[in-house]
Design a protein around this ligand. Structure first.
Ligand code: MSP
Length: 642
């Protein structure tokens, strides 16, 4: 048995978004690999986590009125929850805002700076001031404009720290020449090698335009660029540089699974950083493809983002895990559709796997009173099945070492089909009725085959494997077993089987389609926006004088449970307005806020108090929620709103 350690990583995910099928895909793939290698008896380190620094996160937090740390603390929970729901068995979960990571990034930066692989220089580029971002020339709009906000870009020169990547062009090429399987699939290897050959430039690795990041040691006007920080997570997890035992055990065997969009970071920048540190580049980077959804690119604006929580809810975690890895070869792009998932559940899971288990158990129940009995003299056909089981396992092992999950599953399923056919060929129900002694070897062969299948399926569908195991009458969980402990021939005589609910009930297509249409209809049902007003010209709109005002004090209006009297500062004057927001805000939440008021509204007397204007707020269609319009940054009170 090969006991080589196995260190597997997923990318660490940005916390500005909710987890979707793309995140689930890599993490499931890594989980299946980790589980498989654990069952092979190898020491495994499996890590995932979150990428929490950088502009994206800072902006997303600002737009939600949160600090970046608050946003990260909230969204990280969605990822953790999803991994639990999907049965992910990670050994570590790293957040880049953790102290342990901060220390490693700082140490790496200092080391590279001291040896001259990091230097201070100036960065020149086209900058969009409102978006606070540099725009690469290739992405600039017509007339040097920002591709996002369309405003003109400015040429900016900024002080920046650089990583001397150019120095590592030749060493990297040599490394890839000597390690042709360091990047899989092969097409990606070729792409990367030719990219490196075309010349490597030094990389800017610090920013002065934002604060949310790890400060450059000794120069905290700069924060370290988020990718430089993020890649180092793989070192932090592995105990670099202080946990020597862990580091030595796992680093030589590290394998990164990443989407095809981020392979340059993983196959060029990252190994160059490692070479500079005097550390071996990753043993392997596997670049997987992207999912489209029903033939279209997945995007929030299209509203077709696949929510893994919903899929698990509808179809179960194992079916979802199985489908993602079976449907598409791991290196290629694929298309996700629920109908394809349902088809696989009905054919592969219910029909092939579920039936094999059920038919076998039914016969043990009927003819052996639920007891597993000795095999008796075997037939050449039984021996053929035994040989097929072990060659199937060999194929699975080989395919798993190349991350060819679909091929591994195909091999298991062709064995399952062969066993179903074996039942048809041997017709055990006839043997049973005729009291034929051959029945023992047929049932024994089937029982042994099911043990092998449960074990091979366990990394992919841990829950299903465990249910199979229990129905076969075995204790424990195959997910914690070692393959080597259950060779063909393992037949625990006297065991009582426990046939239970079928593994995967067939999904009735007609009912499924109806339920799906209903779901879609609900999803498309937008809240009723209420009545619309007649069209107005801009001249009419301009007649309404909107200004900002700062709330000075707030007091309840006596005998009016819904009203507050607000004292406002408009810069050029003070004034009082009465507003019906008492149910929704405490006075303390209002004082000091900048709000928006209509100031040329005719004065009105409300419960004896004169109100000189009206504040603006949004109200939900059912009137149960209310939110005040405020400003996203302070401004001189009384400013006009256009
Ligand atoms: N934070 C970086 C990674 C840093 S690793 C040191 C990042 N995060 S991400 O959250 O944007 O994306 C993570 C992964 O999701 C990437 O590997 C990306 O390829 C993958 N996917 C995003 N959309 C996807 C699909 N539609 N299909 C498959 N994978 C997709 O990048």
């Amino acid at each position: 048995m090969n006991r080589e350690p196995f260190y597997i990583t997923t990318p660490i995910y940005y916390v500005n978004d909710v987890p979707h099928i793309g995140h689930a895909y890599t993490t499931i793939a890594a989980d299946v690999s980790a589980r498989f290698h654990r069952m092979m008896g190898q020491p495994v380190l499996f890590a995932t986590g979150t990428d929490e620094h950088g502009q994206k996160i800072q902006q997303a937090a600002e737009s939600r009125g949160l600090t970046a740390q608050q946003l990260a603390d909230q969204t990280v929970e969605n990822f953790k929850k999803l991994w639990e729901v999907l049965g992910i068995s990670n050994d570590d979960f790293i957040r880049t805002t953790e102290e342990r990571h901060f220390k490693v990034v700082t140490a790496v930066f200092e080391k590279l700076l001291a040896q001259g692989d990091v230097y201070k220089g100036t960065y020149e580029g086209w900058y969009c001031v409102p978006c606070e971002t540099y725009v690469p020339e290739a992405q600039m709009g017509e007339g040097k404009t920002c591709p996002d906000c369309k405003r003109p870009l400015e040429k900016m020169t900024e002080e920046s720290y650089f990583f001397r990547m150019s120095r590592y062009q030749e060493p990297l090429l040599r490394f890839y020449e000597e390690n042709p399987d360091a990047i899989l699939p092969r097409t990606r290897y070729n792409e990367i090698v030719s990219f490196i050959r075309s010349g490597l430039k030094d990389q800017s690795i610090s920013r002065t335009t934002l604060k949310w990041g790890i400060p450059v040691p000794g120069d905290d006007r700069h924060v370290i660029y988020v990718w430089f920080d993020a890649l180092i997570n793989y070192l932090t997890v592995c105990g670099y540089p202080d946990e020597e035992a862990k580091w030595k055990q796992y680093w030589p065997y590290v394998r990164h699974l990443v989407g095809k969009d981020i392979i340059r970071f993983h196959c060029v920048v990252w190994p160059a950083m490692l070479l500079a540190l005097g550390v071996n580049p990753p043993r392997q980077v596997f670049s997987h493809g992207w999912w489209t959804v029903e033939g279209e690119k997945m995007s929030k604006s299209r509203g077709n983002v696949v929510d893994p929580f919903e899929m698990v809810n509808l179809y179960g975690k194992d079916a979802f895990r199985y489908f993602l890895l079976r449907e598409v070869p791991f290196g290629l792009d694929g298309d996700f559709s629920e109908s394809a998932l349902v088809k696989r559940i009905n054919s592969d899971l219910a029909n092939d796997l579920g039936n094999l288990l059920n038919r076998t158990l039914q016969m043990i129940e009927r003819f052996k009173g639920c007891t597993v009995t000795a095999c008796g003299p075997v037939d050449p056909l039984d021996l053929e099945m035994a040989r097929l089981a072990s060659s199937t396992f060999e194929t699975v092992r080989a395919r798993m070492s190349e991350f060819a999950f679909d091929e591994a599953l195909k091999a298991i399923w062709s064995f399952i089909s062969r066993m179903n056919k074996y039942i048809d060929e041997t017709a055990p129900w006839k043997l049973g009725k005729e009291n034929d002694p051959r029945l023992d070897s047929v049932l024994g062969t089937l029982y042994q085959a099911l043990i092998q299948i449960a074990l091979m399926v366990a990394p992919f569908m841990p829950e299903t494997a465990c249910r199979m195991w229990n129905q076969l009458g075995l204790a424990g969980d195959p997910a914690n077993a070692l393959f080597e402990d259950y060779p063909w021939g393992f037949l625990p005589e006297g065991t009582t089987i426990r046939r239970d609910e079928v593994l995967f009930p067939r999904i009735d297509l007609k009912a499924w389609e109806e339920a799906r249409a209903e779901r879609e209809a609900k999803r498309n049902l937008l809240p009723d926006p209420g009545e619309h007003e007649a069209e107005v010209g801009v001249e009419e709109f301009r007649k309404i004088e909107l200004r900002t005002a700062r709330v000075l004090s707030v007091e309840p209006v006596p005998n009016a449970s819904k009203l507050y009297k607000l004292n406002l500062d408009l810069g050029y004057e003070r004034r009082t307005i009465v507003s019906g927001i008492r149910e929704f805000y405490e006075p303390a939440e209002l004082v000091g806020r900048d709000i928006i008021v209509i100031c040329n509204l005719k004065p009105a007397k409300l419960r004896g108090v004169v109100s000189n204007g009206m504040l603006l707020a949004a109200e939900s269609p059912d009137g149960k929620e209310l939110a005040l319009l405020t400003l996203d940054r302070p401004i001189t009170p009384g400013s006009r709103i256009h």
